[in-house]
Design a protein around this ligand. Structure first.
Ligand SMILES: Nc1ncnc2c1ncn2[C@@H]1O[C@H](COP(=O)(O)OP(=O)(O)OP(=O)(O)O)[C@@H](O)[C@H]1O
Length: 305
């Protein structure tokens, strides 16, 4: 099986390039035969992976090296090809996909794990979802509407982000917009349809559709979600005071928020979310525009585990 690494050198504020150099040394020491391609800008992960997959019908292994945005892109490039199996080396900021497929978060441990999975052909099936809205594609972790998408949009548009990222202080930009959003974001009425049942929320802060428990770098937003049950968990935070929302952002680290009366959970295969206002949206932390969105369980893909 041909082994390709698709590396996003900019992930983890540029540290991924250094991690890759170490990975490469280990691959060479172990005489592993591989090819590597580097992404140069947003969108390259999908394009490069698809171009390589289209060149052959022979089995190929792609290992995405980077963060959740990188595996999101690679999966968008190759999810439709049955001769492709995908793996992941966590070298980004959040790395929730690694938690989702239960592989080590530390890159050196993840490398040994991935290499033995590729060698032994240890493959599992994994649900992925399709989203259709202002943009369309597939996601591996979650799709979010509302407050969280608003914060990540603000962070990405911030001129401070690149400066502070270079100083390894990127988290402060996120904290700043999170706190600002807690006091300024206006919750909105949303209608959520889960497998033909309709629910209305008058003051929704966020709606998250999750394929596995983890979100935002280890928060357990959907503690009971399973990535191979052909269903998604839907979490709605509605009618919560700003102070309690702050508490929610603490309890979510161990999944305790689920007990709050303001947190509503559902499970289903087909989810439609709409609002009278333009809800900001993200898929796996990548901006996918705003407005209404339809999400469905797409199919199962093969991943190295
Ligand atoms: N060479 C590049 N230069 C700048 N951006 C890139 C490059 N290659 C890919 N990208 C974009 O970088 C973004 C962030 O990548 P990724 O999500 O993998 O890292 P991260 O944000 O550090 O990690 P995480 O999403 O796990 O928090 C993605 O939107 C991706 O499209």
């Amino acid at each position: 099986m041909k082994l390709y690494f698709i590396v996003n050198p900019s992930a983890k504020n540029g540290k991924c390039k250094k991690i890759w150099n170490k990975i490469e040394r280990m691959l060479q020491q172990q005489h592993i035969c591989y090819r590597v391609v580097f992404t140069q800008k947003q969108g390259d992960g999908a394009k490069l992976a698809q171009q390589i997959a289209e060149q052959t019908n022979e089995p190929i292994a792609f290992i995405a090296v980077g963060g959740d945005g990188t595996i999101h892109e690679v999966m968008n490039g190759v999810a439709m090809y049955s001769h492709v199996t995908t793996g992941y080396m966590p070298a980004g900021t959040g790395n929730d996909f690694a938690r989702g497929i239960q592989i080590p978060i530390k890159w050196s441990e993840a490398l040994s794990y991935m290499l033995s999975s590729v060698k032994d052909g240890h493959v599992d099936v994994y649900d992925i979802g399709t989203f259709k809205g202002a943009k369309q594609g597939v996601f591996v972790n979650n799709v979010g509407c509302g407050f969280d998408a608003h914060i990540s949009r603000k962070v990405n548009a911030s001129k401070w982000k690149h400066i502070l990222n270079r100083l390894y202080l990127g988290k402060f930009v996120y904290m700043f917009y999170l706190l600002k959003g807690l006091f300024t974001y206006e919750p909105t009425a949303v209608r959520v349809t889960v497998d033909q049942k309709q629910y209305t929320f008058s003051n929704a802060w966020l709606v998250t559709v999750a394929n596995h428990p983890y979100y935002g770098g280890g928060m357990k937003i959907a503690p009971f979600a399973q990535s191979n049950d052909q269903q998604f968990d839907v979490i709605v935070v509605n009618d919560v005071s700003r102070l309690k929302l702050l508490a929610l952002f603490v309890t979510v680290f161990w999944g305790g928020h689920i007990k709050m009366k303001e947190v509503h959970t559902f499970r289903g295969k087909y989810i439609h979310i709409c609002s009278n206002t333009s809800l900001p949206l993200h898929a796996d932390g990548e901006q996918i525009g705003e407005g209404e969105i339809t999400i469905s369980v797409n199919k199962q893909v093969r991943v190295f585990r």
